[in-house]
Design a protein around this ligand. Sequence first.
Ligand code: TXA
Ligand code: MG
Length: 352
Amino acid sequence: MIDTKIIRIPPDAELSLIDEALMPAAEIIRSGGLVAFPTETVYGLGADATSELASKKIYAAKGRPSDNPLIIHISTPEDAEGYTYTNGVYYKLARAFMPGPITVVLPSRETVPEATRGGLATVAVRCPSSRIANRLIKLSGVPIAAPSANLSGSPSPTTAEHVMDDMMGRIDCIVDGGASEVGLESTIVSVKSDDSVVLLRPGKITVEDIRALGIEVEIARAVTESLREGEIALSPGMKYRHYAPGAEVVLLDGSPDKAISYISARSYSNYAVICYSEDISQFESALGDATIIDFGNRDDMKSQARSLFDILRAADKQSYDIIFAPLPPTEDIGLALYNRMIRAAAHKIIRL
Ligand code: TXA
Ligand code: MG
């Protein structure tokens, strides 16, 4: 067991205060240790990306398969030059979205240790907009390799409490900077040689946002479908079961009326229903024995994104037998919700 140091930074803290509070965390990164820190998407579990040994510690702490590569976090887009071969599309994306919740996969330079890129010839770079994340990278003086700071297979953490639940005693330090603003992991795109991109993981920066820059976007099949037997994942992380709570999760594609008749036709006793705020009273009066969980307003997908992982983690603690949830639309940020929710549900979708 490691003695995990907790550093608390108020979300509205001044920059000088942030820097002062982060000094010990930056020192831990420099000396090869592990620090969990907030980003605008989810909390990351960081280590010196240039150190083979430090990167290996991340896999051990998470229980993560070592062929699943890490994202390198940098404090300005130009820092990608040291670790990747950039191109025009990278800078087009960088000018539009960085710092911010986008990750770009590019050919790797020799400077990136094998362990950081999971043995691939490419590497993923991201420049976070979170002030705490950005300052931590700067103060450490090295790029920070960081996956989400959860145990492998559980939902990504969006608060320091989530990180503590998974990582206390396993890592050197947790920086508590409050709840993550986006709540879902960054959008990941891979740049192809013809300057088009492949969307590997949807996030707050949407396909529509990227197309608006005049960049052609192909959506990888694994974003919306399950991998076929023998199919190779473009992004190694896609092949692992993700965000899966202990309970069975079932997505219902249809109106609240139809969902209610589907559920009440079966006799569940220990179950929960995630529903939009507008439908709460209807579900509550029809399904008296269910725990009803508020997912936010139907049209407020940003708020749904912010709360999804917290809802899944909280539901996990209640050990329901089954959890029902609405199937999100696949437009805009809905695609990111859809992608995470079909994984949590292991692709169990009921068309009502
Ligand atoms: O928002 C985020 O991206 C968060 C915060 C902490 O920055 N990080 C994050 O990391 O979600 P992680 O490791 O949980 O997810 C990164 C995904 C994995 O599925 C991994 O397989 C994929 O990115 N990935 C990393 N490097 C890659 C590469 N070179 N080619 C393809 N996929 C890659
Ligand atoms: Mg992750």
